[in-house]
Design a protein. Structure first.
Length: 606
């Protein structure tokens, strides 16, 4: 007995997205998980014998599952984990001839004998014959039906990718038995199985953006296979439930930047759906911001003739079905009919060069993967893809960006961070404009005071090929000891003195300099230091926090951190900063262009 079919899939539209977003912008309370009164009939591992024939189901094109043959080669007791056996199989049939073997995305493909569920195809042997694979036993998977609500508690504090955690090394006994059953030599039987990689759909990014986003996934510790896919959207919950053998997706985000892992549904009981047969992130309960569960339409399976890297499915998301509330050793569990919590990310980008404008939207469901925050990356790459579309080129230019992030801080109080700034790049204006927002969102996410929940991130940007930049050409200084304004490398001052500065700025393309006057007060009873005149972004290290330097900007509270980030010098600020000992005194002027350049003057306090 294989999976049954229902009506065709319905591609969701953006029409009702705002309704869902407004209704679920903050975390949902715990949900009521329906009891599994009629679990599927299963085949206990003890009843399996080498040579038993079974039938597997998966989708290789469209939404309809197709069957393939599965031969049981043997069982490795406790092969996956203590109490979780590993079933070694070999697959065949027209479908397998077409795909070249077990592909990434087969994870969860149900296997039946006589209408009873054996388990799911979830493991593969890489760099070996891809017709060999591993099945996660149904008797271990169905225990997930009885797990409690996974949204009532926060998830784990660290992530371990399943591929590294669950390698299965076949015993010599099993390999000998498998060789006998498969009528092959022992050397033809592979030795080490791993959970099939999850193919990850990513939409909206051009080649450059996709390459850099893929690198971000690797930095997050995710051993996945990303591919470029079509965008999905938030829409009404699907009325036709997911069935065994269907393609299923766990979505971190949809919209302009869709980010979702593709697999196969194994078993259904009531509103509960089991899939994958191995972990996605293996962080247990999903917490207050679970992944969204979507259906998927498989475009094709990309084969791997080399039998080294692995074939993989390419699929687009279809309907929203619910949430994924458990991510465990033997699979993930979805709940039909539950609207996921979400964080809307919006952007309006204009390009005055060609008079174009675009409003973009990405809906983030999962705010973090273990200890890795997702909102900073997804918001930053959302902005990048929208700017790339509107700029319609990759190259030099200027960006004026205003963005706002709202949420709930560690103290349970709402917060708002509003940040305007300007950016200029000689090489890649859109890409270089995303870093400050990314860094600030990361600092909020990883602050030392406690957990943060974002409720929205909104951006307004203008990108132009015009060079909105001005350069510091020279600085004249004066004090009561040296009252004449002139260029100096060293300036003598009294304690408590006032330093007068005259800064000359040359806008790009101009022939006449602009002059800005600044005054800096010298602290009393101090000796020796230096004064730096620069653009507001010249002295900043946005990524020092990655190495433990400058964490939280020395803020004493989360509210102070938000205020410090809002008040941080902008790239279009002309800043004169005097450093004497640990004391810092500054004066600034806000220009209408990015300020570049840097001048330093040694200060002698006499």
């Amino acid at each position: 007995m294989g999976p049954t079919r229902r009506g065709g899939s319905r591609i969701v539209t953006l029409g009702l997205a705002l309704v869902l977003l407004l209704g679920s912008a903050l975390a949902n309370p715990g949900i009521a998980v329906s009891l599994c009164d009629t679990p599927p009939d299963i085949v206990p591992v003890a009843d399996l014998s080498p040579g038993d024939m079974a039938t597997g189901w998966t989708v290789v094109e469209g939404t309809d599952p197709v069957s393939f043959d599965v031969e049981i080669l043997g069982v490795l007791p406790d092969g996956i984990a203590p109490g979780v056996d590993f079933i070694l199989v070999q697959v065949s049939g027209d479908v397998i001839d077409e795909t070249g073997g077990i592909a990434f995305g087969f994870s969860g493909s149900p296997v039946y004998i006589g209408g009873e569920l054996v388990g799911s195809v979830s493991y593969g042997f890489f760099g070996a014959d891809q017709t060999f694979g591993g099945v996660t036993p149904a008797e271990s998977m169905v225990k997930l039906f009885d797990y409690p609500d996974g949204t009532a508690a926060l998830g784990a504090t660290a992530t371990r990718q399943a591929t590294f955690a669950n390698r299965v090394r076949l015993s010599d006994t099993l390999r000998t038995q498998a060789a006998r059953t498969a009528d092959a030599s022992v050397s033809e039987i592979p030795t080490t199985a791993e959970p099939l990689r999850v193919p990850v759909a990513v939409s909206g990014l051009n080649r450059r953006g996709f390459k850099r986003f893929s690198k971000t996934l690797r930095l997050a510790g995710l051993d996945v296979t990303p591919f470029r896919a079509g965008a999905a959207s938030v829409g009404p919950l699907a009325t036709d439930p997911i069935e065994p053998g269907d393609a299923v997706a766990g979505a971190m985000s949809v919209g302009d930047l869709t980010f979702a892992g593709i697999g196969t549904a194994t078993a259904v009981c009531g509103d509960e759906v089991l899939a994958f047969g191995h972990p996605f992130f293996w962080d247990g309960p999903a917490g207050e911001f679970p992944m969204a569960m979507y259906g998927a339409n498989v475009v094709t399976v990309v084969p791997d003739p080399s039998q080294i890297f692995g074939a993989f499915k390419i699929a687009n998301l279809t309907d929203l079905h619910g949430i994924i509330d458990q991510d465990r050793l033997t699979g993930i569990r979805g709940i039909e009919g539950v609207e996921p919590s979400s964080v809307p990310v919006t952007s309006v980008v204009t390009n005055p060069d060609v008079a174009t404008i675009r409003s973009g939207e990405t809906t983030i469901f999962r705010q973090e993967i273990g200890a890795f925050p997702l909102v900073p990356d997804l918001a930053a790459f959302h902005l990048l893809l929208n700017e790339d579309v509107i700029f319609d080129r990759i190259g030099d230019g200027s960006v004026v960006l205003n963005w706002e992030a709202e949420g709930v801080g560690p103290d349970g109080e709402p917060f708002t961070l509003v940040r305007p700034n300007m950016f200029f790049s000689e090489w890649d204006a859109s890409y270089e404009s995303i870093f400050e927002m990314y860094a600030f969102l990361w600092m909020l996410s990883e602050n030392e005071f406690g957990d943060v929940q974002f409720s929205n991130v909104d951006m307004d940007a203008s990108i132009t090929q015009e060079h909105l930049v001005t350069e510091i050409t020279r600085v004249e200084s004066a004090s009561s000891l040296q009252p004449a304004l002139r260029e100096r490398r060293r300036l003598r001052v009294f304690p408590g003195d006032t330093i007068e500065l005259q800064v000359f700025l040359l806008p790009e393309g101009a022939v006449e300099e602009d002059v800005v006057q600044l005054f800096v007060r010298v602290p009393p009873k101090r000796r020796g230091g230096d004064l730096t005149v620069s653009g507001g972004g010249e002295n900043r290290c946005l990524f020092c926090f990655f190495f433990g330097e400058g964490d939280d900007n020395g803020a004493d509270t989360f509210a102070d951190l938000v205020a410090d980030l809002e008040d941080a010098p902008r790239n279009n600020d002309l800043v004169a900063e005097l450093r004497i000992g640990r004391k810092r005194v500054s004066s600034s002027f806000r220009a209408d262009a990015v300020i570049v350049g840097r001048e330093r003057i040694e200060i002698d306090v006499v």
